[in-house]
Design a protein around this ligand. Structure first.
Ligand code: FAD
Length: 457
């Protein structure tokens, strides 16, 4: 009787799961394992929104495995120690895991390989589980990664993706291995009230519905803030409840400009992964320094607090920050605006904003969050690093009738469309009736400070 262990990490699904597929092909029995490592922030158990979603994913994965005759084994402790213990308990000869891209994932892989070798157990690491195209699979001449998106997209689009693996019919788990129960979602306090349900089943259901109703119009509508016309699949992708390879294939099968635009966004995800895989320090350091002397937490405490609470006096920024708090999610255009306002208009260190996003985002991840923040800050891969987004201009363009602002900033509900993005310009009598802060900063002053700091005045 041969036994294999599959360590689930950011790949919490049974469909299109190469490690599970390979383990089932190679062994008579398989232990599907998830380890809650208390030392790992990225595991998400200390961030209420992500822990609630993660519990949903694990519960759903366990239910899927049970329908196939198996179960999910959950253990708590240092991950390497637990994997080795489980492998010893069931006399496993191999362990399967998805390749990760962060510095932490690489260290985990190395430590696992060493520790398992000592027990005579082989470690199999599988590519293209967490991303559609593995980091490093396509590279430009003379560099180990692409630093600009468009040429990466061109090459990425030509790559032949691996075939989608079918979900297994049966999974036999050895009786001897024991796990511990999960906390229920209700036991996890402090989460945002408008959080979606985690899990592969809700994720697949969302994609199928959205592919029928939203995909075709995605290209035209994705930036419409009030229309809320994007897929909202990011948390499912973050936890691997959905496979990026499968999403790309299914979108391509549907075809059309909407599907092409959606696939392009999925490529952004892979793009950032290949940058971080090559430059792990970009999670906390400037990818390209502009020699900024950002304002720190102490120097800008009041401005930062107003930004976090959605009290900047710029309606579209405040709407974005309030959506984040309520839903643990924010529209991409809103993320761009809110981030640009903090780093460029208020000239605050991008790491402070990235930290706040990571504390609340249900899809918050080191790769996409840190590199998108750097993109906005102009220290990352943006080819126009000094541009500043004006929240009034952007608000008028992407929320022309003010529906997004009215949804999240109810104080402004009765303000006419023409003034919804600049309520300070209301006639004094009307202004006095609206309980909403005056602008925290003059946009011209913010712009001048930023340009001066970047030596562009
Ligand atoms: P859709 O528009 O439906 O796009 C489909 C998928 O493509 C997304 O689910 C996502 O996986 C991927 N995608 C789309 N845009 C991007 C992008 N710019 N970079 C990388 N992948 C992308 N995304 C995260 O998943 N986690 C984060 O922590 C995160 N932090 C961000 C912080 C800032 C400052 C900014 C500007 C963007 C951030 N993004 C992050 C990227 C993007 O905003 C979200 O992926 C997107 O809003 C999720 O909504 P959706 O699923 O409806 O996206």
């Amino acid at each position: 009787m041969t036994v294999a262990v599959v360590l689930f990490t950011s790949d919490l699904r049974v469909h299109d799961h190469p490690p599970l597929h390979a383990a089932l092909a190679a062994a008579d029995e398989v232990v599907p394992l998830f380890v809650r490592d208390p030392g790992v922030h990225a595991a998400g158990f200390d961030v209420p929104n992500r822990s609630a979603f993660l519990v949903g994913c694990l519960t759903d994965l366990d239910a899927s495995l049970r329908r196939r005759g198996g179960r999910l084994v959950v253990r708590k402790g240092p991950v390497v120690q637990e994997v080795c213990a489980v492998a010893a308990e069931c006399a496993a000869t191999q362990v399967h895991i998805a390749a990760g891209v962060t510095g932490y994932a690489h260290r985990r892989e190395e430590q696992l390989r060493d520790a398992l070798r000592g027990q005579g157990v082989a470690l199999h690491v599988h590519d293209s589980v967490i991303t559609a195209v593995a980091p490093g699979a396509v590279t430009p001449v003379g560099n180990d990664h692409f630093a600009v998106f468009t040429p990466y997209f061109r090459r990425w689009s030509q790559e032949r993706l691996r075939d989608v693996c079918p979900a297994p019919r049966t999974v036999r788990v050895p009786d001897a291995v024991r796990g511990e129960p999960l906390p229920s979602r209700e036991e996890l306090s402090g989460r945002s009230p408008g959080l979606p349900a985690g899990g592969e089943a809700p994720g697949r259901d969302r994609f199928s519905r959205w592919a029928r109703s939203g995909l075709a119009e995605y290209e035209d509508r994705h930036d419409d803030l009030a229309g809320d016309a994007t897929s909202r699949l990011s948390p499912y992708l973050h936890f691997g409840a959905l496979s990026p390879v499968e999403l790309v294939q299914r979108a391509r099968e549907r075809g059309g400009p909407g599907a092409e635009a959606f696939v392009r966004q999925l490529c952004w995800r892979d793009f950032h992964h290949q940058v971080l895989a090559a430059r792990p320090d970009a999670s906390s350091r400037d990818y390209r320094t502009r020699h900024d002397r950002w304002r720190t937490e102490d120097e800008a405490a009041e401005d930062i607090a107003a930004w976090r609470d959605g009290r900047t006096g710029y309606p579209v920024v405040d709407a974005a920050m309030r959506q984040l708090r309520h839903e643990g999610w924010m529209h991409n255009r809103a993320r761009l605006l809110a981030a640009s306002f903090l780093v460029k208009t208020l000239y605050v260190d991008w790491r402070i904003g990235a930290r706040h996003f990571l504390d609340l985002l249900v899809d918050g991840d080191i790769v996409n969050n840190q590199l998108n923040w750097q993109w906005v800050a102009g220290t990352g891969t943006d080819t126009r690093p000094h541009r500043v987004l004006n929240p009034v201009v952007q608000g008028k363009r992407f929320d022309a009738a003010g529906g997004y602002v009215r949804r999240w900033v109810p104080e402004l509900r009765d303000v006419a469309d023409a003034r919804i993005h600049e309520p300070w310009r209301l006639p004094e009598r009307e202004r006095a009736q609206v309980e909403y802060p005056r602008p925290l900063i003059d946009l011209g002053e913010g712009l001048a400070r930023f340009r001066h700091a970047r030596g562009r005045d």
